[in-house]
Design a protein around this ligand. Structure first.
Ligand code: ZN
Length: 220
C-alpha cells in the first residue's frame, strides 16, 4: 500500500473512532531523508483524500501539495528531527486521554502489563500555546525515549516506526485512559508491584526480544 493511501486510511479511522472533532488533529509519515507526508490544516480527517496530503521538508517548508501547512507541524518535526526510529506521528484529542491531560496527569504508573510494554511511560507535557514554539519545546524533556505523550489541557501524541504503529499506540493510550476513568468510578487503580514489573521486562526481553529504553522503564 502506498504511504499516501495508508495515511488517508488511518486519518479516516482516527476520525471514525472519535479521536478528533471537526478539523482537529494531524497525522504524518516520514517519506525519506528529505520529505515528510502530512495532513493539511483546516480539513476534517474523516473527509481527507490523497490529493489533500502535503509533502514538507524537515524545516516545515511546503514541497508539494495545494493546502496549508498546519501550525502544529512543528510537533511532528521535533519528533522526526530528534528520533531516527520514528517513522510516523499522530496528534489528536481522544476524550479520555485528553481528560487526564486536563486534570494534570500523564500515565506514569505501571498498571496494565501490555501498556507497560507497548507504551511505557506516557508523560504529561507542560501546557503550551498551540502554534507557538511552546508546544514542541514542551516535548523536549521526554522526546528521546517516550512513544506517547499527553499535552496538558490539549490532547495526545503518539509515535511509531510506521503509521500503523503510531495508530495502535494512540488507540492503546485512549483505551488505557478510558479504563482508568472506569476504575476511578469504582475506587482507584492499583499499580503493579515493582517485582512484577521487573518480571515483565525480563520476559519481554527473553521471549520477545523487546529491549525498552531504561528511561521509559518504571523501575528506572
Ligand atoms: Zn491539537
Amino acid at each position: 500500500m502506498s504511504l499516501y493511501k495508508e495515511l488517508i486510511e488511518i486519518s479516516h479511522k482516527v476520525y471514525q473512532k472519535g479521536f478528533v472533532a471537526a478539523y482537529d488533529g494531524n497525522l504524518s509519515a516520514r517519506i525519506d531523508d528529505y520529505r515528510i507526508l502530512i495532513t493539511p490544516s483546516g480539513k476534517c480527517k474523516g473527509e481527507l483524500e490523497e490529493k489533500d496530503l502535503l509533502e514538507i521538508d524537515y524545516k516545515g517548508n511546503l514541497l508539494r501539495g495545494e493546502g496549508k501547512v498546519s501550525t502544529e507541524a512543528k510537533i511532528h518535526l521535533v519528533a522526526y528531527n530528534k528520533r531516527k526510529d520514528i517513522g510516523s506521528v499522530i496528534h489528536c484529542h481522544p476524550v479520555y486521554a485528553t481528560a487526564l491531560a486536563s486534570i494534570g496527569e500523564g500515565l506514569m504508573r505501571p498498571v496494565f502489563p501490555e501498556v507497560i510494554l507497548s507504551l511505557g511511560k506516557v508523560p504529561l507535557c507542560k501546557y503550551g500555546t498551540p502554534s507557538t514554539d511552546e508546544l514542541p519545546n514542551s516535548m523536549l524533556p521526554y522526546i528521546e525515549y517516550a512513544w506517547a505523550m499527553l499535552f496538558e489541557n490539549h490532547g495526545a501524541i503518539a509515535f511509531g516506526k510506521n503509521i500503523k504503529g503510531a495508530y495502535f499506540r494512540i488507540e492503546k493510550l485512549e483505551h488505557a485512559a478510558h479504563t482508568i476513568a472506569a476504575a476511578r468510578m469504582m475506587g482507584r487503580e492499583k499499580s503493579l508491584p515493582m517485582n512484577k514489573v521487573r518480571e515483565l521486562y525480563s520476559i519481554s526481553e527473553e521471549v520477545y526480544g523487546i529491549k525498552i529504553d531504561k528511561r521509559n522503564r518504571f523501575d528506572y
